[in-house]
Design a protein around this ligand. Structure first.
Ligand code: ARG
Length: 465
């Protein structure tokens, strides 16, 4: 034993079979310590439970487990206070902690890794981390949804133009527009909840890939770590990163929805639209143009969406060609995941704050809702009510629109006499149908934009559906 230790040149914990030290360039190329140190609270928690389980199984003594747990706690305090000395040559956070533990408590520290591999250890740590982050993110998405409903309720009277192809289409309630995003964020929430079920599976006890000959009690460890399920195949458990890919996908879609919302706010805050005023506190100025007030927060949410998509492609690509089971490539899962968590969390939080301070410029929105032939479809539906087949009605109104365009008129300016020339069924109840508010009031189909329907949806949401 003594002999063997002297012969080994490498200072690594796995150095037994090596005759040379690791090249410094290899150390820095392969090290993940710079970014995986954020896993330390989860690594410590997992190790405490592992030690307690080992003692319970009689694999280590209760006194050793006690020493290990106290040592780990002290290390946690050092990392927290910033006094812990990280060493690049430690490869990753798991090694750094194990080495510090052994330096601190000696022999007992060397027993912690019994029946465990960094392969199941890192899988556990990331799951513990992501479970917590998902919980926090769900709370933020919940706040965002709440803010949308509050605004929808407060601004329930505002009528605005609805768009397709970014061309004015039909009048809608601003509240209906806002609740469209509520629905998107609600689906996002559901996706994260669903993803959490697959994060919540405990891989510890899978060891390197095959399980272990030592009699571990995986159920007990799962219970202490509050996992409802344990993984059922050790080979899958150490190489499964589906939950990471799923999380980044759910985050990508959430970013997509936020980006679309921001895109509208950017357009709406332009001089050309003038539908909203974003608070000074959430905009920035130009270093040269004194008059500028730019919607940078919204633009950055839109821009950061691309970055999260990049992470999704990265994780999928990392996984696609991997031979079973653990391969070092899997270390590359962390930066995309961590950056996704940071980016999406910050974006949801700031979007919520920004929309709370937006002023919706009602007169401008309502004036625009009357312009641009937004009630042409209502006119066609009026004809349908009078018995005209829809295709014919569509064509008649098309001709009315062409007539107005030639005459330089808005549809709202047309007279009853003029309409009469296009079809005999036009009666004096037709002109009110050209008003945006009336148009909105009549959209009573389930899921439509009438104030009654929208109020009904708000009530449902408030009652938790
Ligand atoms: N830093 C590694 C990772 O993040 C930990 C697992 C290393 N396992 C190994 N067999 N080299 O994936």
């Amino acid at each position: 034993m003594e002999m063997k230790e002297k012969k080994s040149k490498s200072k690594k914990p796995w150095g037994g079979r090596f005759k040379k030290d690791t090249d410094r360039r290899v150390e820095s190329f392969t090290s993940s310590l710079a970014y995986d140190r954020r896993l330390y609270p989860y690594d410590l928690a997992g190790s405490v439970v592992h030690a307690r389980m080992l003692a319970r199984q009689g694999i280590i003594s209760p006194a050793e487990a006690e020493e290990i747990c106290r040592g780990l706690q002290a290390i946690g305090e050092e990392i927290e206070s910033g006094s812990f000395r990280f060493d690049e040559s430690d490869e990753d956070i798991h090694m750094a902690i194990e080495k510090a533990l052994t330096a601190r408590i000696g022999k007992a520290g060397e027993k912690l890794h019994t029946g465990r591999s960094r392969n199941d250890q890192v899988a556990l740590d990331v799951r513990l981390y992501l479970r917590e982050q998902t919980e926090a993110l769900l709370k933020l998405v919940g706040d965002l949804k709440k803010r949308l409903v509050e605004t929808a309720k407060k601004e329930i009277e505002i009528v605005m133009p609805g768009y397709t192809h970014l061309q004015k289409a039909q009048p809608v309630l601003l509240a209906h527009y806002l609740l469209a995003f509520w629905e998107m964020f609600d689906r996002d929430e559901e996706r994260f909840r669903d993803c959490r079920k697959r994060i919540d599976v405990m891989p510890l006890g899978s060891a390197a890939l095959a399980g272990t000959s030592l009699s571990l009690d995986r159920e007990y460890a799962a219970e202490l770590l509050q996992f409802p399920r344990i993984s059922r195949n050790s080979m899958d458990a150490v190489s499964d990163r589906d939950f990471i890919a799923e999380f980044i996908f759910a985050a990508s879609l959430l970013m997509t929805h936020m980006s679309r919302f921001c895109e509208d706010l950017i357009i709406w805050s332009s001089q050309e639209f003038g539908y909203v005023e974003i608070s000074d506190a959430f905009t920035t100025g130009s270093s040269i143009m004194p008059q500028k007030k730019n919607p940078d927060v919204a633009e950055l949410i839109r821009g950061k969406t691309g970055r999260v998509y990049g992470h999704l492609i990265a994780i999928l690509t990392i996984l696609k060609g991997l031979p079973m089971t653990y391969n070092r490539d899997l270390q590359e899962d962390k930066e995309p995941l961590f950056d996704t968590v940071d980016t999406v969390t910050a974006a949801v939080a700031i979007l919520t704050e920004m929309i709370t301070r937006i002023v919706y410029l009602r007169p401008r929105m309502e004036a625009e809702a009357e312009l641009g032939f937004t009630t042409a479809t209502d006119l066609a539906e009026y004809l349908v009510e009078k018995g005209v087949p829809f295709r014919e009605a569509h064509s008649i109104v098309g001709r009315i629109v062409a007539y107005c365009l030639d005459a330089g008129k808005e549809l709202a300016m047309i007279t009853f006499e003029e309409l009469k020339k296009f079809h005999a069924v036009f009666a004096d109840d037709v002109l009110p149908r050209l008003k945006a508010a009336r148009s909105v009031n009549m959209k009573k189909t389930f899921g439509g934009t009438s104030p009654e329907r929208v109020a009904e949806r708000i009530r449902e949401i408030e009652q938790g559906e």
